[in-house]
Ligand binder design. Structure first.
Ligand code: ITT
Ligand code: NA
Length: 191
């Protein structure tokens, strides 16, 4: 069985593929010939996830799911949030994003944060949302070379390692994306 994942982020696609391995074949936007950077103009993570999935339904007539993820830092009132990919500008440079985050967080003692993923599934015209959250701390130093984005500075609660230091199976097991994908899977299994 094939599922279309309305994403052009190769890191996300890789993680989701690993999680659905043996259950579903996952095709990304490039695999269906879509090279468009779908505009994410909503002001919520849910809204942006829906925009991406609806784009594929409207332009390709295919059932699909999408996801939108944001890092929400409590001392920064939820920033970078929906702006996580472009926090430091249109260059979407992960290192520049981390540098800006560290700069903005420097005056604050509270370094707690969470990742939030919302998956939007559109199946035969019906929309379904699945949320995954993971709470943790933003470290002052970067550790590890796995994962992507903000992973080198995010340490999930109850762990000593950053997401970038963790084995990928371990990250997928406890992460925002992993939890949202598990809910998607449970839903698909029921139906
Ligand atoms: P899409 O094609 O799926 O939209 P994208 O890269 O534009 O891919 P988002 O709009 O959801 O994705 O941006 C989320 C950003 O949040 C992403 O670029 C990373 O910087 C960061 N991010 C997402 N998931 C992450 C993870 O598991 N670990 C660390 N950072 C993550
Ligand atoms: Na995007």
């Amino acid at each position: 069985k094939t599922l279309i994942f309305a994403s052009s982020n190769p890191n996300k696609i890789k993680e989701v593929r690993e999680m659905l391995d043996g259950l579903f074949e996952v095709k990304g936007l490039l695999d269906i010939g879509c090279t468009k950077d779908i505009p994410e103009t909503a002001d919520t993570i849910e809204g942006n996830a829906l925009l991406k999935a609806r784009y594929v339904v409207e332009n390709y007539g295919l059932n699909c799911f999408s996801e939108d993820t944001g890092l929400e830092v409590f001392a920064l009132k939820g920033a970078p949030g929906v702006h996580s990919a472009r926090y430091s500008g249109e260059g979407r440079d992960p290192q520049a994003n981390i540098d800006l985050l560290q700069q903005n967080l420097a005056p604050h003692a509270d370094r707690s944060a969470r990742f939030k993923t919302v998956i939007a599934l559109i199946l035969d015209g019906k929309e379904h949302l699945f949320e995954g959250l993971v709470y943790g701390q933003i470290r002052k130093e970067q550790h590890g070379s796995g994962g992507f984005g903000y992973d080198p500075v995010f340490v999930p609660d109850g762990y000593a390692l950053s997401f970038a230091e963790m084995d990928k199976t371990e990250k997928n097991r406890i992460s925002h994306r992993g939890r949202a994908v598990q809910k998607l899977l449970d839903f698909l299994k029921e139906g």
